[in-house]
Design a protein around this ligand. Structure first.
Ligand code: ATP
Length: 260
């Protein structure tokens, strides 16, 4: 298996709090890796370090073998490493098609001024991008609402539009930030299929999620952190029965403990 993303001993502190400590794990090409942990475990901080929002105080992050520790978010995005957001960030005045088409811009080859001149190469690229956008809309079952203003749609559909827009940038690896948050049971069940479909198009996935059902059902490999440290990793069967994981979740009187 080829390592796409490697975290090697990364750590960061906020004031006196060691939010992430000596954390190592690898995401291989084509895998779906779940990153889980109780509230405040450090999940968000981990992917803020991966995406360049925070610079790790220690350790190394490698992308296809190259050290990208401390690289700026824009550079990391152009490498093909993208994330989704928990909060909806769609363009309110644009249709679903236009929102997803806007996600293609990072991968576009033409300069903006070539667009003004409407050169043949530019027109060709426009046609390519429109075809790519329609292909993604079809895969995510959004063709029927392509012309609908994005923010007029139900919450669960808007989340799918966001996912479509992120895919339009042709990522190699996508970090899904709690994709099941706020979804009803039917939407959450459909999400599993969507995640498999994304992987089947060749995109590697790092899934940060509270919903244990989703994580256990879709992940090839699961990394569990608590208080910023890795306490277990393995497949769903191994994680479900791991005493340290059970202890971490059952030590907390909340829904996560029940779900675990
Ligand atoms: N910018 C910051 N400044 C200070 N402390 C922070 C900051 N970001 C996170 N923390 C602290 O670091 C720890 C890890 O937080 P983080 O948000 O990464 O956890 P999480 O696993 O994503 O939690 P949740 O599941 O609740 O979203 C927490 O104790 C949090 O309070």
């Amino acid at each position: 298996m080829t390592a796409l993303l490697e975290l090697d001993g990364i750590g960061i502190s906020f004031g006196g709090l060691r939010a992430v400590d000596d954390l190592s794990f690898t995401v291989n090409q084509g895998q779906i890796v779940g990153l889980i942990g109780p509230n405040g475990a450090g999940k968000t901080t981990v992917f803020n370090m991966i995406t360049g929002v925070y610079k790790p105080a220690s350790g190394t992050i490698r992308w296809q073998g190259n050290d990208i520790t401390g690289a700026k978010p824009a550079r990391i995005a152009t490498l093909g490493l993208r994330r989704t957001f928990q909060t909806i960030r769609l363009f309110a005045d644009m249709s679903v098609f236009e929102n997803v088409r806007a996600g293609c811009h990072l991968a576009a080859r033409q300069h903006w001024w070539q667009g003004l001149l409407a050169l043949p190469a530019q027109r060709r690229e426009e046609a390519e991008l429109a075809a790519r956008t329609h292909d993604i809309l079809r895969r995510l079952d959004l063709e029927g609402v392509a012309d609908t203003p994005a923010t007029s749609l139900p919450y669960g559909v808007q989340r799918r539009v966001e996912l479509a827009r992120t895919l339009a940038g042709q990522p190699r690896l996508i970090i899904l930030d709690e994709p099941a948050a706020g979804l009803n049971d039917a939407e959450s069940a459909a999400l599993n299929d969507t995640i498999f479909m994304i992987r089947d198009t060749g995109v590697t996935i790092l899934l940060v999620e509270h919903d244990m059902n989703v994580v256990m059902q879709v992940s090839d490999h699961i990394v569990v952190i608590n208080f910023g440290r890795k306490i277990a990793e393995g497949n769903a069967t191994a994680i479900r029965t791991n005493p340290a994981v059970i202890e971490a979740y059952l030590g907390r009187d909340d829904d996560e403990a029940t779900a675990a």
